[in-house]
Design a protein around this ligand. Structure first.
Ligand SMILES: [Zn+2]
Length: 489
């Protein structure tokens, strides 16, 4: 079973076997000690068996304890019981795990504490961990990360970042990234040079800190880190140094960047796509922002709405004037690089006329994703033959580009142009910027689009599933959309 978990974790399948970079024992260490906190099943099983032994000692009058005692240790105590020729499988297993109680007993007396541990349920809570710790103290595992102080792990797991970012940092600090330098060390024949600069060996230090391209990414990040002045020859030392120097929010930015660098490196190697350093930095930042917005803000907003018992529309979303419709647009970037749009078209009284989700592939830049959203909105507006509409987006760049009639020499420039023309031909229509909180319904829908892409809801409110986060989505949508009727404006 552990083997299966291990294969799954490292991404192996029946067709391909991936390198398992880190020992299973190490992965099973608690997260705060540098592991991933996986259960070592053998130890877990032993801990469960040992609880049975503990119960026999503690509840000698129970039927099980009496039967076992009569059969296997009539004259001794449980801890003195010896294996016998014909034992049941259950008893053999319980007896086998009794070493833990003996050790625990010795350990507690040895530390000078009260022998009254039998009154204590330390075994229930700590048996498993104790086994892992004892085994660890007998086996010395010299890995590079064992030198890392434990506070780095505590800092890492406390960050409010997408799990893929923190897991990536964990792998990086454990030298479990498939850089060619590591493969070379494992004796696998390959060209070990960096595929970007062909100047140096592709080590994790080079890829993430030392390569000119990586330095540009860090410099383009919101922290504007200049690695030309970096004194560290080792990636782990640098991360440790940074984590100890900077505030919480900056640590989150630092944690986002290596994932972006690695993602871009894979695009280069496997798809020959060369992302500009600026874009990599933007994507990493956008992913972080999106994660934080959805994980903190949505929860807070829903909580706030529930606690105040507000039954009115979201106070931040403002309805359009009578006779004019409003379409809100939200964009969402999925973890596998797809853009989703959520569109909600409403009347002056807040009731919804239509809602839709759309899926786009092939773009990474955040502005492009937001622009796709307003393009989808225009498609919907034209399809429904609407001429008086306010389009609302929370992307300032996109909104201002339309408002100021900028000519953008990027692929999304065409979308801006399309809106400029529409607004020119429809003088009762306009575009406006709204804060993210005022655009929740569209955002929730954009996220929901991962489940139901390219779907239209006409004269009906989207009904979402019963999962955890989607039920909060339903709450938000439900509060913003009033029931529909057949009126038309
Ligand atoms: Zn390089």
């Amino acid at each position: 079973m552990e083997k299966m978990i291990c294969h799954f974790w490292w991404g192996s399948s029946t067709d391909s076997r991936k390198v398992h970079w880190i020992k299973w024992q190490k992965i099973c260490k608690p997260k705060r000690n540098g592991g991933m906190g996986f259960r070592e099943l053998r130890a877990f099983n032993e801990a469960l068996l040992e609880i049975q032994g503990w119960r026999i000692i503690n509840h000698p009058s129970s039927l099980v304890a009496q039967v076992l005692k009569a059969k296997y240790f009539p004259k001794e105590q449980f801890l003195q019981a010896k294996p016998k020729q014909q034992m049941s499988y259950t008893w053999r297993s319980i007896l086998k795990a009794s070493w833990i109680i003996k050790k625990g007993c010795y350990w507690t007396i040895g530390s000078g504490e009260d022998v009254d541990i039998w009154q204590d349920n330390w075994i229930h809570q700590k048996g498993y961990q104790a086994i892992i710790n004892w085994e660890e103290s007998t086996v010395t595992t010299a890995t590079s990360s064992s030198a890392m102080p434990t506070n780095i792990w505590q800092m890492l797991w406390k960050l409010n970042v997408p799990p893929k970012h923190s897991h990536f940092i964990w792998r990086l600090l454990n030298e479990a990234i498939l850089v060619k330098g590591n493969l070379f060390k494992k004796g696998i024949r390959c060209d070990p040079l960096c595929p970007r600069c062909y100047n140096q060996m592709e080590t994790s230090h080079h890829v993430f800190l030392d390569c000119v391209w990586a330095k540009q990414v860090w410099f383009a990040s919101p922290l504007t880190i200049n690695l030309n002045e970096c004194q560290f020859a080792n990636l782990n030392d640098w991360v440790l140094h940074m984590f100890n120097q900077i505030d919480h929010a900056s640590k989150e930015l630092i944690a986002a960047t290596p994932y972006g660098i690695w993602y871009a490196m894979n695009l280069l190697v496997f798809q020959e796509k060369n992302l500009p350093p600026n874009d990599v930095s933007h994507i990493a930042f956008a992913q972080l922002q999106e994660f934080q917005r959805h994980n903190v803000k949505t929860q807070n907003i829903v909580k706030r709405n529930l606690s105040t018992g507000s039954s009115s529309n979201n106070t931040c979303w403002s309805p359009p004037p009578r006779g004019i419709l409003k379409i809100n647009v939200g964009a969402h970037l999925s973890s596998d690089g797809h853009w989703f749009s959520g569109l909600v078209l409403r009347r002056w009284d807040g009731s919804a006329i239509a809602a839709a989700t759309r899926l786009r592939t092939g773009s990474e830049a955040i502005v492009q994703g937001e622009a796709y959203g307003i393009n989808d909105a225009l498609d919907l507006v034209e399809k429904l033959g609407i001429s008086k509409v306010i389009i609302e987006s929370d992307s300032q760049i996109v909104v201002n580009s339309v408002k100021e009639k900028r000519s953008i020499r990027r692929s999304w420039g065409k979308i801006i142009q399309r809106w400029i023309v529409f607004l020119r031909n429809n003088p009762h229509s306009s575009i406006s910027w709204v804060k993210w909180v005022g655009n929740q319904a569209a955002h929730v829908l954009a996220k929901w689009a991962e489940n139901e892409p390219n779907k239209d809801w006409m004269h009906t409110v989207p009904l979402f599933g019963r999962e955890n986060h989607s039920s909060t989505s339903a709450t938000v949508i439900g509060r913003e959309l009033k029931p529909l009727d057949d009126r038309t404006d």
